[in-house]
Ligand binder design. Sequence first.
Ligand code: ZN
Ligand code: ZN
Length: 411
Amino acid sequence: MTFQEKLEALARLTVRVGNNVQPGQRLYVRAPLETAPFVRLVTRAAYEAGAKLVDVYWVDDFVTLERLRHADPSTLSEVAEGQYRAREDAAEHGDAFLSISASDPGMFETADGERLATIMRAVGARARPSLEAFGSGKVNWSIVAYSVPSWARRVFPGLDEDTAVAKLWEAIFTISRADQPDPVAAWTTHLDALEARRDLLNAQRLTALEFKAPGTDLRIQLPELHRWEGGSSRTVHGVRYVPNIPTEEVFTAPHRAGVNGTVRASKPLSYAGKIIEGIEMEFKDGRVTHARAATHEDALHRLLDTDEGAARLGEVALVASSSPVAKSGLLFQETLYDENAACHIAQGRAYQYTLQDGNDMTKEEFVASGGNDSQVHVDWMIGSDDMNVDGILPDGSRMPVLRDGEWAFQP
Ligand code: ZN
Ligand code: ZN
């Protein structure tokens, strides 16, 4: 396959598998300027799938950087409305929404932390209604990544720019299965396998998970109503879609008051344009009591201080070391990819649908059932080849879930 054929295949599978755009739907796209060639292919594929309208919101990190450097500090809480209105419109009308990720993971490495935090807080608050609508199944949304020089140079620091971009594309195509003879069929097989594991875990009604690895000894209680998710999701309108391309995880909600022990990151976290390395945390009764990092510890503390729920967990996800992302051996410094290489946990908000009937609960009911609420949801990676995970069954016995990073049960 030529590069162009693979890019077209990626665009088609984004539209057909990721969003699964339905005839008569609008597709909203949030896209960095550099991704225009791909956005045009996505647009073509969406109209071929019967989309009523494709509408694109162009964004640019360099514009944000200018603002960070030069805007009057008192103006940094202003939020550009367009893409948030589009998200709300999509939720109201049951449309599709695609976000294309193509950023330098260290874009804001040297930016002033306080100025950046002000922007992040304002954007977080403004984005919240639409994130909640996405989290409760009103929109068939998806995220896919695009290789750009600034990102590729971080993944392949020793290589010249063109080679790095090409190598990152090869990794994206392989991991996304876009280079397979029939990518859509390959995705069906993959999703069936993930969903079989998800269904088996749901049938066990585990009460807790125990994670053990060097630096990690963590017990995560699961809410009684917890529901494992993974593979495809379904909107309230019945559309099957895949929120992340790639996706290799099965995940659920931890109990917001039931996390205890110590945990060490297995990969750096790219958060708010800063690369936070060497994270270690201690939890007591669901809350972080100590948090350290080798770099940008201040950014980590800002994240945890966002609100009450930011220092608690909203997601626990299982990923085997045999996932194509893990097998690539690459560190992408991009959560969309790295979270599919390793088990991870997320600070902040839990997805409503990771509790049974969670979409129908009020915020208070959700929290009372053990679900966590926050403005943020930030995944960080804890899994490795050295990780063992046990599930605790209702009778107190143990079920091996992962051994040395690999699945220890067969569906
Ligand atoms: Zn996850
Ligand atoms: Zn997550």
